[in-house]
Design a protein around this ligand. Structure first.
Ligand SMILES: Nc1ncnc2c1ncn2[C@@H]1O[C@H](COP(=O)(O)OP(=O)(O)O)[C@@H](O)[C@H]1O
Ligand SMILES: [Mg+2]
Length: 267
């Protein structure tokens, strides 16, 4: 119920290979997300970024390779088990339309305590206290993500940018130690992008979690990421700080003709 205060364990991706009927979507990809760092995974369309996220969150099982959170192997665990270990994700294309901001955040809290629900339902006072504590924590997370004033507002009335932050806040309600953000600013206008970048920076500072970011917006990647892994046709073609990666000839080649490698908005 209380926020986790221990440092996140390193997330180690080692030689991960994913194949779909005749196509190698990820080819022996390795990278490590250092505790508390922001790690971006970038690359042209079809490079394998979403596939990589789906492996990290347990939706896809790789043909070979391993993903370890601290000492725990994740590749054979179901998505809800991975979430319970502290790896939460947002989805690129899902935007909430139902209920208030509070309702959506409480859904995140319920996922966290599902195991204890039957027990707490039998002991009413404790259940009431737990519910109150969850609501208080949901409100804190709303404040942290700039949604405090909108806590009781139906999400259907919110702007697109605010609704994307509700998604983020709901993931945070799982008290993750590693947060996977799938194109968090896709579809946002310039102002909303800046706001989202601020919020991601603030939650990292406040909660000390690791962030893995799949993102097309190179400006955002350059501003937020400590380290960048570049994929192209399922292979890791470059790795380093944003500055190292943006000067890498392989990266420039991979992006040439498809996207600008140095633009503020390459989406
Ligand atoms: N479920 C799937 N079945 C078959 N092929 C897939 C599937 N998911 C992704 N692919 C293929 O794998 C490659 C990598 O896709 P993806 O991970 O979505 O790339 P990115 O997110 O970098 O654009 C692409 O060629 C894509 O068509
Ligand atoms: Mg994708």
């Amino acid at each position: 119920m209380t926020p986790r205060t221990d440092a996140p364990p390193p997330l180690q991706v080692r030689d991960v290979t994913v194949r779909f009927a005749g196509l190698t979507a990820l080819d022996q990809v390795s990278f490590t997300v250092a505790p508390g760092s922001a790690h971006a995974v970038i690359g042209p369309n079809g490079a394998g970024k979403s596939t990589c996220f789906n492996v990290l969150s347990g939706l896809y099982r790789p043909a070979s390779g391993s993903v370890r959170l601290g000492g725990t192997e994740l590749t054979r665990l179901a998505p809800h088990r991975i979430a319970a270990l502290g790896v939460a994700r947002t989805f690129q294309n899902i935007v909430t339309t139902q209920g208030t901001v509070a309702d959506n955040l409480m859904l995140g809290r319920h996922a966290l305590t599902r195991a204890g629900f039957a027990a707490s339902a039998l002991r009413l006072p404790r259940a009431v206290r737990e519910q109150r504590d969850h609501l208080a924590r949901a409100r804190e997370i709303a404040e942290l993500t700039g949604l405090g004033a909108l806590f009781d507002t139906p999400v259907a009335l919110l702007s697109y940018g605010d609704r994307k932050r509700v998604e983020l806040a709901r993931a945070l309600c799982l008290e993750p130690r590693v947060l996977l953000l799938d194109e968090p600013v896709a579809g946002m206008n310039a102002g909303e992008r800046v706001r989202m970048a601020e919020v991601v920076r603030e939650i990292r500072a406040e909660l000390g979690l690791s962030v893995v970011l799949v993102e097309h917006d190179m400006g955002l990647v350059m501003r937020l990421a400590d380290e960048v892994t570049v994929l192209d046709f399922g292979r890791r073609i470059a790795h380093g700080t944003p500055d190292e990666v943006r000067r890498d000839p392989e990266v420039l080649r991979a992006y040439l003709g498809t996207e600008r490698a140095d633009g503020e908005d390459a989406a």
